[in-house]
Design a protein around this ligand. Structure first.
Ligand SMILES: Cc1ncc(COP(=O)(O)O)c(C=O)c1O
Length: 361
């Protein structure tokens, strides 16, 4: 059986180093907001080429705290892709803002910059874009539109650690770069975790307060805050893994290249372009008979996933809460997409086997 994911196998190479780091944290006896978090924040900001990184409790919180820091008014509108993971849209709703869904480009699955301006109203405040599946968005036109219309940019980088647009890492193009370290991510920890990248001391200061009860100095509360902190154990493990992130990304890129070269043309493969350094958090193909293909692969001992089976606007929880529509492109993607195995533990032989079997479908 070729598994879709196996987190024990994907982390196996790091277990010894994790163990040493964990022991070190235990011996220090300091578990919240200490030197391990500071160390990781420093290294991750440096890796991404930004000034500041603020560790938080999850990717959803990274998005929510970014929106809180913006101090928008209830009902203000946020442009967001119609085909993202639900967390992106939840962050907007949790902040009492209105998500305005914008269709993606069918070739890249990322928000279509040419459709943004038609959705801008006097209430529009921000573009919350998603570098979906690990592929960077087309940042040049997005930044131009945001500047022209005085909109804030929040990048949802939950699936794109180390991805680059025109040689520049994602997370620093916008005002806020939000990351998730959920265990399956390319840079995943062994629990929940997240981070926000920003470029100014002011933003970093507000986010540090927001994640810690609105407080900078213990027992003195300046603003209404939250408890959303990356913990010392996870931060230590993330520092270990960060040293291997390029190796992880390059391995996944190598596997993606095998798919790109080996899969027959019946499958619609992810677009590749010199401007996109895609880190393939997910390697998806599209096929008219997606469900049959999935069953066929499973019968042949290959596990796959669907990211995602139900588009956000069709989720029960979202009824009446989002603006925009209809969303034929998003629906088409959700109907036809299938994610193939592309984990760090998969070998080139595994992928050759998937290709050989898939090509007989
Ligand atoms: C695009 C996207 N945004 C946000 C999130 C939320 O991250 P977390 O699960 O850490 O809250 C995820 C996680 O799966 C995601 O894929």
């Amino acid at each position: 059986m070729i598994e879709y994911e196996n987190l024990a196998k994907a982390n196996d190479k790091f277990f010894k180093e994790y163990g040493r780091n964990f022991q070190d944290t235990l011996q220090r006896g300091w578990f919240i907001l200490g030197s391990k978090v500071e160390g990781f924040e420093h290294s991750f900001a440096e890796y991404c080429g930004t000034k500041f990184c603020i560790g938080v409790a999850s990717g959803l919180d990274a998005l929510m705290l970014s929106l809180h820091a913006c101090q928008f008014q209830p009902g203000d509108e946020i442009l967001v892709p119609s085909n993202t993971y639900i967390a992106t849209i939840l962050s907007i709703l949790q902040c009492r803002l209105t998500p305005v869904l914008v269709e993606p480009d069918i070739r890249t699955y990322n928000i279509d910059p040419s459709k943004l301006e038609a959705h801008i109203t006097p209430r529009t405040r921000a573009i919350m874009l998603v570098h979906l599946y690990g592929k960077p968005c087309d940042m040049d036109p997005i930044v131009t539109i945001a500047q022209k219309n005085k909109l804030c940019i929040i990048e949802d980088c939950a699936q794109a650690h180390g991805a680059m647009y025109k040689g520049v890492k994602v997370g620093g193009f916008g005002d806020y770069g939000a990351f998730s370290f959920y265990p399956t991510k390319n840079l995943g920890c062994l629990g929940d975790g997240g981070a926000i990248l920003v470029q100014t001391t002011e933003k970093a200061g507000i986010l540090k307060k927001l994640r810690n009860y609105g407080s900078e100095k213990k027992y003195y509360n300046d603003i209404i805050g939250f408890n959303s902190r990356l913990d010392e154990i996870q931060a230590g493990l993330l520092s270990v893994k960060l040293k291997h992130l390029d190796e992880i990304n390059n391995h996944k890129r190598k596997l993606a290249q095998l798919y790109e070269e080996g899969l027959k043309s019946d499958f619609i493969k992810p677009v590749t372009h010199k401007d996109y350094f895609d880190v393939y958090h997910i390697y998806n193909v599209r096929h008219e008979r997606r469900d049959e293909l999935r069953e066929y692969l499973l019968r042949n001992e290959i596990k796959t996933e669907i990211h995602y089976p139900v588009p956000p606007h069709k989720q029960r929880a979202m009824q009446g809460l989002i603006k925009g529509g209809p969303f034929p492109i998003s629906e088409e993607i959700h109907r036809t997409t299938l994610s193939l195995p592309v984990s760090f533990f998969h070998t080139e032989q595994d992928i050759e086997q998937v290709i050989e079997i898939a090509n007989k479908f």
